[in-house]
Design a protein around this ligand. Structure first.
Ligand code: PLP
Length: 448
């Protein structure tokens, strides 16, 4: 017992434990010290009453537990073990490193020494990368649609197929967004089949455009048909009407290279003759939240002049992050984008890591098993497709999932057949050590 007491670490040594790295960054030093003192005092008391001394790892976990969630950062970093790469509740695409520093030449022309164009650098990169004549940027995909409709279709009719009247998340329902922007929705065709002749029959003097909307989060199969984009573009030309495409996902690379089905890219849609293409920047582009509007110069100019554009303009950190995301693509280095690094991880390496994690948990006396699983891209991108992955299965259901979420950093998994599945597809290898400790800590915790 005496030797156990003597082996209790100093506060200094306990605070240097790797499991406390995030806490050292995010928490006040005084708060950490206080929690460490409490943890060591508890250990001393339990040794004095005859129990064995805790290991340094267990003490570090206890420090985190004592600090609890009370002073977590407002938006804590989490380990995403859900197997959903673009997770709407976890900020969609993984973040590029945040931009730090003081002042930026944001709206400043360095050569002329006077006020510059805020969106200029981003717009230049967008037009170069997507080979579009013109572009602009707003806060998100929904705002892009609102601005387009308000500037180009207020009080007029816009034709949409009944198979594309989508709802994305709770607050984006296409008919409601269109109404809010002041455009009049004209539904054409049926849910499963819409023909070019359905669009043509609906065209009248009040028609402003044909709008095509990506089926981002569902898949239609069976007796279905939709006209190809070139057919609609042809129909539009005949009636002097533009075709606008809300492509949504921001797909711009050939997904076949990542083991998924190819889907029409922003560039392909623009080349096929769409006058305007809209998409989100934080889905398949893997960038910050923003809405991209690409199109012909005469199509975009009215948007630039519309008063709503000022209200929908993105923050500077978004502009910086979007510009640097595009720089990676322009340099043909998609692998620099976190989302694509996750997509490229081989199932073999996920398998090795899953086995190692499961073995660590078993060594500590817990049931854990590494098994193959399937991940999804998510975020309204490729609704009916999955990617091969590996995960760790842990018995313990909702209760264990809750304990994993309440650790620090929180670990978010999924439940399958009352087991917690921690899918490694969206977990960084550098997080494995912390994840292993989180598993052991959560599995060891007593039921409340
Ligand atoms: C995701 C999506 C939107 C909304 O974009 P946000 O960036 O979430 O506002 C709109 N349309 C489609 C087709 C989408 O997939």
């Amino acid at each position: 017992m005496l030797s156990d007491l003597a082996q209790l670490p100093s506060i200094h040594r306990l605070l240097a434990h790797p499991a406390l790295a995030l806490a050292r960054r995010d928490r006040a030093a005084s708060q950490l010290r206080e929690a460490a003192r409490t943890a060591v005092a508890e250990a001393r008391a339990s040794i004095s009453s005859g129990a064995a001394g805790p290991s340094l790892d267990v003490l570090a976990d206890r420090v985190i537990e004592i600090m609890g969630h009370r002073d977590l950062p407002a938006y804590p970093e989490v380990i995403n073990a859900t197997g959903v790469l673009i997770h709407t509740n976890l900020g969609r695409s993984p973040r590029l490193a945040a931009v730090e520093g003081s002042y930026l030449a944001l709206e400043f022309d360095l050569a002329a020494g006077q006020r510059g164009e805020r969106l200029g650098p981003v717009v230049e990169r967008l037009t170069r990368y997507f080979r579009a004549e013109a572009a602009t940027v707003v806060t998100n995909g929904a705002a892009a649609l609102v601005l387009l409709l308000a500037a180009r279709a207020a009080g007029r009719q816009v034709l949409v197929s009944r198979g594309e009247l989508i709802e994305i998340g709770g607050s984006f329902r296409l008919p409601e967004v269109m109404a809010a922007a002041g455009a009049r929705l004209v539904e054409v065709g049926c849910t499963n089949r819409t023909r070019a002749s359905d669009y043509e029959a609906a065209i009248g003097p009040e028609t402003a455009a044909i709008l095509v909307v990506h089926r981002s989060n569902f898949h239609l199969s069976g007796f279905v048909s939709t006209p190809e984009l070139p057919t609609l573009v042809e129909l539009g030309r005949k009636h002097k009407l533009p075709v606008w495409v809300d492509q949504g996902s921001g797909c711009h690379l050939d997904l076949a290279a990542y083991g998924l089905r190819h889907e029409a890219t922003v560039q392909e849609i623009y080349t096929a003759g769409a006058e305007v293409v809209l998409c989100s920047a934080d889905k398949l582009l893997g960038g910050p939240q923003a809405g991209l509007i690409l199109g012909r110069e005469d199509a975009i100019a009215p948007l630039r002049r519309h008063p709503l554009r000022r209200a929908l303009r993105p923050d500077r950190t978004v502009l910086c992050s979007l510009a640097s995301t595009l720089d990676h693509y322009l340099a043909e280095r998609a692998e620099d984008i976190p989302l694509y690094r996750l997509l490229c991880t081989s199932p073999e390496s996920l398998k090795r890591r899953a086995r190692r994690l499961a073995a660590t948990a078993r060594r500590d006396g817990h049931r854990a098993e590494a098994r193959p699983t399937r991940s999804v891209l998510g975020g309204g991108t490729t609704p009916d497709q999955t990617l091969p992955s590996w995960g760790v299965w842990l018995p313990g259901g909702e209760e264990l999932a809750r304990r994993l979420r309440s650790g620090y950093p929180p670990v978010i998994g999924r439940i399958e057949d009352d087991q917690v599945v921690l899918d490694l597809r969206a977990v960084w290898p550098a997080q494995d050590a912390v994840l292993a400790r989180a598993i052991v800590a959560a599995a060891s915790a007593k039921m409340p």
